[in-house]
Design a binder for this molecule. Structure first.
Ligand code: PEP
Ligand code: MG
Length: 575
């Protein structure tokens, strides 16, 4: 689901029928090379299309969501699919189209027979990838926008990620589908795009006709077809309340009920439009994901290009408030954020030579980035942050390099702001456990719960099959977050939380209650968080923290979440 109320006419998504194998035919042996070449070109074009799709999502999607397309990239690299297609061309005497279709058919029937839901859900991804390859082979692009006559609610049996992205989002009032679930791609994308969506309604597409009026409530998962006057009235007052709740006056963002405040910052990356941040009332940029410069380029950007991007980010932060910080995280590459040609191929990249480890193994790359960040620090309140720290030695080595670069800048007559602060992300359990020692070496800490949860619970953050294990409210995670915040407090340095959990009122408020000075999130979550904080006093936060601390370690993450939810609802006065 994706929350929100929407009302409008039905637009039936014009789903293209699955490929029927047309365009496939046998070829003589002398054409094999030619067909393999066509196939390879089409595959490379598809890869580029997927990259462009992921980056063009801009501010509307956060990283977790853009990774949906990673699975398609992996399919385009997978020997099970691509190897089979090649072999059908080389040994089976089929042209590229015929081979793509036959290999996809075989894999589809394998997936459909599997008992594991994860694989069954991959059928839609496979359809998407097959369609992409065939479109490229035929010389057309897959990402041709869908034309909608006017604003409407899109109804479909299901939507692939590419289909969802091809919709003209400004005209899409809502989306409802027959198939899918809370975690299916269409729901994830709709949430990231801020479009109300209900997936998995069973047979909705066969119950409606184009143009019929439909009301949907994404949070409730309810649909009303051809509403009468009283249903319309009740619905519009519900929608109005929702709109009011989303509107928060700028100046108050992060303020608590009786004085004091929690910093609310935005997570940004290069190329992301800044309008959302401006309107959100955020007071700084709490996480600037510099790796997007690498992802967009497909290679290391030069120092000047980096300097420009960081300088621009520092200027933008100033638009939020004169003393707004911009926390520039150095290259957090590897794991789920692979860039071809950067770093070596690894069997287990999540535990490999990624992020700060990669940078320390490539001081030339690290040095260029640090120079660019330090030079940009003249433009605003720049902070430099190390990702994926797992031990004190890494902080020492990184600090030594930063000091060396500062020295070089001074001797070459270049300037940097003396106020530049250096901080470490705490996103590996080991780092949380030695947070005291790390806090002694840096000026601030920022807790990256996306990875902290993944590494603590050994549950891949992007794998839907283990999504039920990926729980920020697991008592072990709460403990590590508390330890980290306490370590920062003992040392007297600021501590922030910049993972997704900072945007969820139940956990975000909890981190603030534990003592986090700021929460950093996608701009669209700031108004709602601000509203919750405005209903709470310092005493409420203290009470919420004690309540959480008293919960037994033995309680399951889901129980803890329920208990916290109820407690928070009582505190903010919601029944
Ligand atoms: C995190 O791990 O919580 C984080 C903010 O970093 P990223 O999501 O970019 O890994
Ligand atoms: Mg991380």
């Amino acid at each position: 689901m994706s929350p929100g109320c929407a009302a409008g006419g039905v637009y039936i998504f014009p789903r293209r029928p699955p490929d029927s194998g047309e365009g496939g035919h046998e070829i003589p042996p002398e054409l094999v090379e030619h067909e393999l070449k066509r196939l390879e070109n089409a595959r490379e074009e598809c890869m580029r299309d997927l990259d462009a799709l992921a980056t063009s999502l801009g501010e509307r999607l956060n990283l977790r969501d853009t990774r949906l397309f990673e699975c398609h990239r992996m399919m385009l690299d997978d020997p099970l699919l691509i190897g089979e297609i090649r072999s059908l061309v080389s040994n089976g005497g089929l042209n590229a189209e015929g081979a793509v279709h036959r290999a996809a058919e075989a894999l589809r029937s394998k997936f459909e027979k599997m008992s594991d839901q994860y694989f069954r859900e991959r059928v839609l991804d496979l359809d998407d990838v097959e369609r992409r390859l065939l479109d490229r082979l035929s010389g057309t692009g897959s990402d041709v926008p869908v034309e909608m006559p006017g604003p409407a609610i899109v109804v479909a049996d299901d939507l692939t990620p590419s289909e969802t992205m091809r919709l003209p989002h400004a005209k899409v009032l809502g989306i409802v589908t027959d198939r899918g679930s809370l975690t299916s791609h269409v729901a994830l994308l709709a949430r990231a795009l801020g479009i109300p969506c209900i997936a998995g309604l069973g047979d909705i597409s066969s119950r409606v006709s184009a143009g019929e009026r439909i009301l949907i409530d994404g949070a409730e998962g309810s649909v009303i077809l051809n509403p009468d006057e009283s249903a319309e009235k009740a619905f519009s007052s519900k929608a109005e309340k929702e709109r009011e709740a989303a509107a928060v006056p700028q100046a108050s963002a992060g303020s608590l009920r009786n004085g004091g405040s929690v910093g609310l910052y935005v997570n940004l990356h290069p190329g992301m439009p800044f309008d959302g941040a401006r309107k959100s009332g955020a007071r700084g940029i709490g996480l600037y994901r510099s790796e997007y410069l690498w992802i967009e380029r497909g290679e290391e950007p030069g120092e000047e290009e980096q300097y420009k991007a960081y300088h621009e980010a520092a200027q933008l932060a100033r638009e939020l408030s004169p003393d707004a910080p911009v926390v520039i995280r150095v290259l957090d590459i590897g794991g789920d954020k692979a860039v071809a040609g950067v770093g070596a191929h690894e069997e287990n990249p999540f535990l490999g030579n990624r992020s700060i480890r990669y940078l320390l193994s490539r001081p030339d790359v690290f040095r260029r980035q640090v120079r660019a960040i330090l030079r940009a620090s003249e433009g605003g309140h720049v902070r430099l942050m190390y990702p994926m720290i797992s031990c004190v030695e890494e902080v020492d080595a990184a600090n030594a390099l930063v000091d060396e670069v500062k020295g070089e800048l001074v001797s070459s007559g270049a300037d940097y702001a003396a106020s530049v602060r250096v901080g470490a992300m705490i996103e590996v359990p080991a780092a949380a456990l030695v947070a005291d020692a790390i806090a002694r070496k840096v000026d601030f800490l920022s807790i990256g719960t996306n990875d902290l949860v993944q590494y603590t619970l050994a549950a891949d953050r992007a794998n839907e099959t283990v999504a039920r294990l990926y729980q920020p409210t697991h008592p072990a995670v709460l403990k590590l977050v508390r330890m980290t915040i306490a370590a920062a407090k003992r040392r007297g340095i600021p501590v922030e939380v910049c993972g997704e959990s900072a945007a969820d009122p139940v956990t975000g408020v909890l981190w603030a209650a534990f003592g986090a000075d700021a929460l950093s999130m996608s701009p669209s979550y700031i108004p709602a968080m601000s509203k919750v904080l405005a209903a709470l006093s310092r005493e409420d936060l203290a009470g919420y923290a004690s309540f959480a601390e008293a919960l037994p370690d033995s309680s399951a993450a889901a129980e803890t979440l329920e208990a916290l939810k109820k407690r928070l609802a009582a505190l903010v006065g919601v029944s």
